[in-house]
Design a protein around this ligand. Structure first.
Ligand code: ADP
Ligand code: MG
Length: 240
């Protein structure tokens, strides 16, 4: 599981995470909602050790992410992360792009990496795009390739940061369907999203971030049905 204990983080004078406490259990789908600048992306980058924290602890399966002794490269193999946009290597095919990390980071043999990449690309519905170059893919297909690329490392946890925000409305659905599929496979996921319908349908719990504070966390029926804090009420009214 992922345990976040009283995590604080500032950029200069700006405190972006003001003591976050949160445990994500194995098999759980947690979505994080909240306004721009509330600290959602920062939290995700702290979880996989891309950003240092000022105080508190983050434990992934009991390993403290920010401890000096922690092998971050090893830890990160457990935690796949997909951002709004991922720039694939343009001179490599879709298959080659997805094979790269298993080859380089995990030292997988070429046939094993290829088998894994094909499996994951088929899983996200790109089985017919293996030999295509990334520039030929639609935005939605590119995001599904990015998801396949993360899955090819066999992560135990997946973090998604607004993976549909840069997409044409028409293409959002296919990417959300891929996330739904992963959730139904039992993947442990943290999804930062603006898609409230998706959050309502897929999450075990939804967390609302406001100005660096996790202002509310509850199962979706409760959080959306009976929001407690005025800030969440305002946020939901604005996104409705
Ligand atoms: P969200 O993802 O909720 O929109 P972020 O976590 O990206 O919010 O950002 C929270 C705040 O931290 C914002 O005010 C943002 O400008 C600031 N911030 C994020 N990353 C950096 C950085 N690397 N350097 C300085 N300020 C940053
Ligand atoms: Mg963000």
């Amino acid at each position: 599981m992922i345990e976040i204990q009283n995590v604080r983080k500032s950029f200069g004078a700006l405190e972006v995470l003001k003591g976050i406490d949160l445990t994500v259990h194995n098999g759980e789908v947690l979505t994080i909602i909240g306004g721009s600048g509330s600290g959602k992306s920062t939290l995700l980058t702290c979880i996989n050790g891309l950003e240092p924290i000022d105080s508190g602890r983050i434990l992934v399966d009991g390993t403290e992410v920010h401890a000096r002794s922690t092998d971050l490269n090893k830890l990160r193999q457990k935690i796949g992360i997909v951002f709004q946009q991922w720039n694939a290597f343009p001179h490599l095919t879709v298959l080659e792009n997805v094979m790269l990390a298993p080859r380089k980071v995990k030292g997988m043999s070429k046939p094993d990496a290829e088998a894994m990449a094909v499996k994951q690309l088929e899983h996200v519905g790109l089985g017919d795009k293996l030999s295509v170059y990334p520039s030929r893919l639609s935005g939605g297909q590119q995001q599904r390739m990015a998801i396949a690329r993360a899955l090819a490392m066999s992560p135990k946890y997946m973090l998604f940061d607004e993976v549909t925000s840069a997409l044409d409305p028409m293409l959002v659905g296919e990417v959300l369907d891929t996330l739904r599929l992963l959730a139904s496979d039992g993947m442990t996921m943290i999804c930062v999203t603006h898609e409230m319908k998706f959050a309502r349908e897929v999450s075990d719990r939804v967390a609302f971030f406001h100005q660096g504070v996790m202002a509310e966390i509850a199962p979706p029926a409760e959080l959306f049905g009976a929001p407690k804090s005025p800030d969440l009420q305002k946020f939901l009214a604005a996104t409705a």
